[in-house]
Design a protein around this ligand. Structure first.
Ligand SMILES: Nc1nc2c(ncn2[C@@H]2O[C@H](COP(=O)(O)OP(=O)(O)OP(=O)(O)O)[C@@H](O)[C@H]2O)c(=O)[nH]1
Ligand SMILES: [Mg+2]
Length: 368
């Protein structure tokens, strides 16, 4: 396979250069915007390839089975030779399938309108996987005729709304709400609590109280206590389940009670059991799992699985301002059952806190 990098003024001109250089069978492997260091002008760098070789034999060592051996019986020898040939052929086929797969993928991409190719690029920059990015643009292309950027984003929003649940929000209700924040150490539980409590007090005009069960760190307790006293919100601490029970009984008249929990490693199984007991004991009807927005897809799956016995009712994606892309969060959420409830987008209380909805998520997902 011959591979070459080409520079062009725009993608259209680039595609033409690829065809001129390699002919119609060429495939575009990647394209990206670059800045010409001399003129500071935006250019497009395209990596294209054409298959100009006879299919080669697979290169890996044929060590799966021993080669013909003079000490073996004649029948055994022939059997080993035949088996080796079969392995060779399988390896050869697997190489060819891999190559065809790549070619189909990139040829396929090449046939989309430019706006969709740009959108694909945008998804990749935002850490969507190759497969997801291709599926998204393919669905947009096949189901919706509009190819201008705003209609593409509109259709992208439709896809996201189908795949992800935007639920679990806290509203002003007639009944009492008990809201508890769980998650690993430093994931933004206390900060999210403070923001939600402020919103509930100011926007809902609700009668609220804060309870901290995080008596492990003195500084953590003091920080929350100071905030509560400045904001004139009743505050109590509960060191164990008994104390929590008695505080809750005392505060049974409040509209909303916010409960902070201790953050520890997810490998601390004992702590997870304790948090589960706290949640059950508190009777919380809003259980928010706080996870930072910069996790990888695999880590999201890991954390969500670890906390699933506690049955969180919604996810708060915290520290959205500290990451360039949220593609991994999207990748994880589309195969998880947990609804997305809020985004925490900075340290300003309570401004940097948003109800999760498809419009805002699309904005975050395409920010890179
Ligand atoms: N930039 C940014 N910082 C945040 C955000 N949310 C929380 N933080 C910061 O992250 C740090 C940890 O936040 P906390 O709210 O204390 O996290 P926690 O989960 O309560 O931590 P532990 O109680 O120690 O488990 C603090 O410095 C917060 O100010 C956010 O959305 N953006
Ligand atoms: Mg905390």
């Amino acid at each position: 396979m011959k591979i070459k990098k080409l520079i062009a003024n725009n993608i259209k001109e680039g595609k033409q250069k690829v065809i001129d250089e390699f002919g119609d069978d060429a495939v575009i492997l990647s394209n990206r915007t670059i800045i010409d260091p001399k003129t500071s002008k935006e250019l497009v760098e395209i990596v294209a390839a054409v298959d100009d070789t006879e299919q080669k034999k697979p290169s890996f060592e044929k060590i799966i089975l021993p080669r013909a051996n003079p000490n073996l019986e004649k029948g055994q020898d022939r059997f080993l030779e035949a088996t080796n040939r079969i392995f060779d052929e399988i390896a050869d086929l697997s190489n060819k399938v891999g190559l065809i797969n790549e070619q189909i993928k990139f040829k396929f991409l090449n046939t989309y309108p430019d706006e969709l190719i740009f959108f694909h690029q945008n998804l990749i920059q935002n850490e969507f996987s190759d497969d997801t990015a291709l599926n998204v643009i393919s669905e947009i292309y096949h189901h919706y005729p509009g190819n201008d950027r705003s209609s593409i984003e509109e259709h992208f929003k439709t896809i996201i709304t189908r795949q992800i649940k935007f639920q679990g929000h806290l509203n002003k209700d007639a009944k009492q709400n008990i809201v508890i924040f769980i998650g690993p150490a430093g994931s933004g539980k206390t900060m999210s609590l403070v923001k939600m409590a402020t919103i509930a007090k100011l926007a809902f005009n609700s009668d609220i109280a804060i309870i901290s069960t995080d008596t492990y760190k003195v500084s953590g307790l003091e920080q929350l206590q100071t905030y509560a006293s400045v904001a004139a919100i009743p505050f109590a601490k509960a060191e164990d389940l008994e104390e929590l029970k008695s505080v809750l009984t005392h505060e049974f008249n409040r509209d909303i009670i916010f409960i902070d929990t201790i953050g520890k490693s997810i490998n601390d199984e004992e702590n997870l059991v304790y948090i589960k007991d706290l949640v059950r004991f508190s009777g919380a009807n809003h259980i928010y799992l706080c996870l930072p927005a910069n996790l990888t897809k695999n880590n999201y799956h890991l954390y969500i699985k670890k906390y699933s016995p506690i049955s969180p009712t919604g996810l708060i994606a915290t520290k959205c301002d500290e990451t360039r892309s949220l593609g991994q969060l999207y990748e994880a959420l589309k195969s998880e059952n947990i609804p997305l409830s809020y985004f925490s987008t900075g340290q300003i209380i309570p401004e940097n806190f948003e109800r999760a909805n498809p419009d805002y998520f699309v904005k975050l997902l395409l920010k890179s």
